[in-house]
Design a protein around this ligand. Sequence first.
Ligand code: ATP
Length: 590
Amino acid sequence: MEFKKLAEILSEIESTTKRLEIVDLISKFFKTVGDEIKYTVYLLQGKVAPDYEGIELGIAEKQVIKVLSVITGKKEDFINQLLIKVGDLGQIAEDLLKEKKQVSLFSEELTITKVYNNLLELANKSGSGSQLRKQQLLQDLLQNADPLEAKYIVRIVLERLRIGLADMTIVDAIAIAFGKKEDADIVERAYNIHPDLAEIAYIAYTRGIDGIKSIKITPGIPVRSMLAERLPSLEEILQKMGGVCSMEYKYDGLRLQAHKIGDKIKLFSRRLEDVTEQFPEIANEIREFVKAETAILDGEAVPYNLDTGEMLPFQAVSQRRGRKYDVYEMAERIPVVVFFFDIIYKNGIDLTMRPYPDRKVELKNSIKEGSLRIRLAKNLIVSRTDDAEKFFNEALEAGCEGIVAKNINENSIYRAGAREYLWIKYKRDYQLEMQDTVDLVVVGAFSGQGRRAGSYGALLMAVYSRQDGTFKTVCKLGSGFTDEQLDNLPRLFQKYILKERDPRVESQMIPDFWIEPHFVLEVKGAEITLSPIHTCCYGLIKEGSGLAIRFPRFTGRWREDKSPEDATTEDEILEMYHSQKKKIIQDNPG
Ligand code: ATP
């Protein structure tokens, strides 16, 4: 199919904020694209492969400007000036091609397949001479593109498509296109255990919803992590668990999903990025100490002093992220221990539908004794609040954040990608005023004044709404930043500043700068209150009011391990608001 049709869809998605309209639009489109569906889904997501493959397009703005200059005959300097003014090379490409008007006699029509193949080849090029070849591949596309096509090709190639299309919107569209609306749950389950929507769409197209049902966990492909709910007291947790549960230490590090496929090891982060190269010593010990031909284990990697047996602050492990070169040196300087708490798959068998106690036995049987760097998470079956409290305090003393309580009844399956009450976390912070910290997404910034002139005075922060894939504002955040952090913010955010509000953001406040949802910050507040200006939970508690976090403060922790869609959700804020009210009543009876 012509790429032009896809460019038109992208443009339509960009111009509406109504999720249902978008679902309708793309589900209809999916029905017409035939076997180009896979490429269509990748391009709609602005990528050429699923995130866990780590394939990056890797072309710089400078190179795109070179190509645009060749095609339009405009000087590179001139395009650079435009970029400073307009801020979006995609828009500039569209405008310049519109000006150019006459179409080259030799231009061929672009198809979705042609665009995808060129981009994939471009992404795979590395090493000497690769920059030139990348430019040629891009030029080959832009030469044949009309203005609208050029806009989106340039944005995709720069990995800045920014149309705000949530994964769950694509899930719904696949269900509607190849089954019915109610099949969205089936598509979502497939996505949770095989997070490649393009592949799922292709299977739905070729084999229908039944085909989707047969998608299985595959070692080497990450499974979306199961997450924990929270409750304000150990007593309530025990009650919710039916009087008895397993409590585990809540280690404070990085979630790590380990895949063993024979001798091959793959490690994935919570965001499902492949982080194998960053933890070579962990990979080695898994190879040596995991007793299975194939296995998928779930755990937390914690910085650890191997001499004293002490856990180190979380920040130490984040220093190891993103470093590709000095990994062995880092492994020595900041040793890491992985505490495994679950097993998802073993020797060809999917264990997700098995209850927690069975999985725990499997896990224990799968790890040989004697490993320094891979261990089992500590746990205890508890049924009394005082035992729970003792265990919680022991966890804190050991350097953990708190505990995660786990349901042990026969329905205690591993729910990939879900945050439910089968797991409930309870942290040290809950004993302070506001229960728990929250992870909020930066969606805007306000110019600073006085000492903060030239930087930002405050950031507009939002939660994520799973229901409609939007970001809703919940507070203005101005405290907790060091001077150095403040000075750095404009540079850090520069690439993400938008001319207009991102279509996924719902806000009544108008900040001085809109910022594309990308950065997730950990925030601690005093309490959650009703607010007429914030859009989080708007109208849910009281007409004309949303919920806001009072006295928010940045804890200093950038949640790089979370994508904006992993941030605290609107539902969680609602839950926290209710349990805060309950606690006030409990603490002040009568
Ligand atoms: P938080 O910010 O509280 O760490 P989160 O949003 O990253 O939470 P949740 O699922 O809400 O993730 O909380 C559980 C997290 O705690 C897991 O993602 C995991 O990284 C970590 N963790 C540490 N120990 C355990 C454990 N024993 N069982 C489950 N998760 C654990």
